[in-house]
Every structure is written in structure tokens, then in C-alpha cells.
Design a protein around this ligand. Structure first.
Ligand SMILES: [Zn+2]
Length: 335
């Protein structure tokens, strides 16, 4: 277990300065930059019986326990009830860390360290704590036991209580440089890292998730229909993707964005490989219609997790897309 290459120097700085670590760290940054691995690697190294300059030794009893997920001085707190349906946005948004888990943490911290050294707690992601849980955690942050390191990992630190934030040392884990992310994705066996990384907004671990073969096949199907938008195909697309509203929304929004860029003589940002076909579509489309569609899609973004009727929403967007892209053709044929 090592931090990702782009986090290595930040990680080494903290690991080497372990004598001066505060009671609480807030590791914050965008989703998919390796914050959790960063926290876990630091925890493992602090708990290791003979750490080296590279971190945990990987050989001692403590490292062994850590790898088994059974270290008595380590606690990882995450939202409960992971089920196989975890992909659906509503459930993802609904999972949280409840107060019972933070109370159990209090009991854990009331005991002396099993190994007589550090005790380490990782809360991931910290914004998943509900208000009651966050307030319970605050008590621990206000009176931290000795030799305890609390690591709050957060993708959205603005959603944390200010009182919690103010008691943590903030460590920003940023997006890696573009090229280093591309190189890393290549090392993971990705043949087209740039396209994945663009779609993931530069976050390498999100890009890697996007590389899933089934998702790539869905993307190909979706893009194929957008590239040749017949009313019948758009309508069946609405049905096929009714349970994948967030995914479909993301592709359609980026696609519309690229068409607008092309109309404005800019290069497409997300679908450069589709440039030729997109140029034809953009030329024939109604620019004001595209702008309205893109605006509407962006405004719908916040409803994605709790759509009243996802299928209806998606079908209406796709219908509009079909009308907008056929606007000129329709006008031409009507005379
Ligand atoms: Zn070790």
C-alpha cells in the first residue's frame, strides 16, 4: 500500500513529521484523487512497528493486522449498508454516517492503545456524517486523547460544520498534473487515458472507474445515437438509460456543450474523436435551442439524485435534443 505517485511528496512530508502531527487532519480535495489511500497509508505507517522512510514495513504484526482489516488501534468509519445496488444515485446520496458509529468511536478511544502507540481513526467521507454525528465527533475533537490521530477525509469540506473544520489542520490533496495522471492511467493498462481523464474532470481514480468495459459500451451506444439522432433511436435510448439518469445526463450535457463550442469555432472538449460528425450536427442545429438545452440540463443537475420521474426527464431532454439538432433540416424541408 502506497499513496498515488502524485501524492507521494505531500505524504512523505506528513509521515516524516509524525512527531508534530496534530490531533486532527482534514484531507480535502476533489473526488478521485486518492485521499482515502493517502489516509490509510499514513495510518498504517504510524501503526507499524518498524516504519522506514518509505512508510510501513509491511512485515510486522501491526502491518499484518492492518492488511487483514483487524488492527485493534485502527478504525475506519464509513457510511453503512453498502449493497450491490450502490450505483444508483438515490442510494448513494442517501447513505450517511450515523451518531451510533461516532458513539462507538468514543468507546474505542476511551480504551488505551492495544499496542501502546498511536490510535488512528479515518472518517470517510466526513460530510456523510449527519448533524448529530458531527456534533458527537466535535466532543472528541475538543478533548482529544493523547496519541490519537483523527483523519477526516472530505470531497466537500464546505458541507462540514465550521466548528469541526476549525479544529483540524487542513491538508489539500489536489488534482494531479494532467500528464502525470495520463501516465498513471497508462500504467493501469488504459489505452485511451486522455478521453477518460477529460470526462472525469482530471481526477484519475474517477477516470479509472469510467474505464469499466460495460460503462464504455454504454457510452459508445449513447454517443452513437446522439451522433445520428433519429426520433426512434432517441426514444429507445430514453428507456435503456432510465435507471442511469446521472450517467446519461453527464454525456448529454457534455455533448451539448461540445456542439456549442463547435458552433463557436472552438474545439470540442469531451468528444474530440467525434469532431467530424459533431460539426455536421452543429451546423444544422439551432444554436439558441442548444444553449437553452444546455442551460436546462445544468439546472437539472441538482435534481439528479432525487428525480421525481427520471425516465420522463431523460425522454424530454432527448426529445428536445432531437428537435434542436434537426431544426435547420426541418426548416429546409418545409420550404
Ligand atoms: Zn510494519
Amino acid at each position: 500500500m502506497t499513496p498515488h505517485p502524485w501524492n507521494l511528496s505531500l505524504w512523505r512530508g506528513l509521515d516524516a513529521d509524525r512527531a508534530h502531527l496534530p490531533h486532527a487532519l482534514l484531507l480535502h480535495g476533489p473526488l478521485g484523487v486518492g485521499k482515502k489511500i493517502f489516509a490509510e497509508t499514513l495510518a498504517k505507517s504510524l501503526l507499524c512497528e518498524s516504519p522506514t522512510a518509505e512508510g510501513a514495513c509491511g512485515q510486522c504484526k501491526s502491518c499484518h493486522w492492518f492488511e487483514q482489516g483487524s488492527h485493534p488501534d485502527y478504525k475506519l468509519i464509513e457510511p453503512a449498508e453498502k449493497n450491490e445496488d450502490d450505483e444508483t444515485p438515490a442510494k448513494k446520496g442517501g447513505r450517511h454516517i450515523a451518531i451510533a458509529e461516532i458513539r462507538a468511536l468514543g468507546e474505542f478511544l476511551a480504551l488505551a492503545a492495544h499496542q501502546g502507540g498511536w490510535r488512528v481513526v479515518v472518517v470517510h467521507p466526513a460530510e456523510a456524517m449527519n448533524i448529530a454525528a458531527a456534533n458527537a465527533l466535535l466532543k472528541t475533537l475538543e478533548e482529544p486523547p493523547a496519541n490519537v490521530l483523527l483523519m477526516l477525509v472530505s470531497h466537500q469540506p464546505r458541507r462540514l460544520l465550521p466548528t469541526v473544520l476549525s479544529r483540524c489542520r487542513k491538508v489539500a490533496v489536489a488534482l494531479p498534473e494532467w500528464q502525470s495522471a495520463v501516465d498513471w492511467l497508462r500504467l493501469q493498462g488504459q489505452a485511451e487515458p486522455e478521453s477518460l481523464l477529460r470526462e472525469a474532470g482530471g481526477a484519475p481514480l474517477v477516470a479509472l472507474e469510467y474505464a469499466d468495459a460495460e460503462r464504455l459500451a454504454r457510452r459508445e451506444r449513447f454517443v452513437e445515437v446522439l451522433a445520428h439522432p433519429s426520433a426512434a433511436e432517441l426514444s429507445s435510448l430514453g428507456q435503456e438509460f432510465q435507471s442511469r439518469l446521472e450517467e446519461a445526463w453527464g454525456w448529454l450535457t457534455r455533448w451539448a456543450h461540445d456542439l456549442i463550442r463547435i458552433r463557436n469555432l472552438a474545439d470540442p472538449r469531451y468528444f474530440p474523436e467525434q469532431f467530424e460528425v459533431m460539426r455536421g450536427l452543429a451546423d444544422g442545429a439551432s444554436l439558441s435551442g442548444l444553449l437553452r438545452l444546455e442551460q436546462e440540463l445544468r439546472q437539472s443537475g441538482r435534481w439528479l439524485r432525487h428525480p421525481l420521474n427520471g425516465q420522463l426527464l431523460l425522454e424530454s431532454w432527448l426529445l428536445r435534443y432531437g428537435e434542436v439538432t434537426r431544426a435547420e433540416n426541418a426548416r429546409a424541408s418545409h420550404g
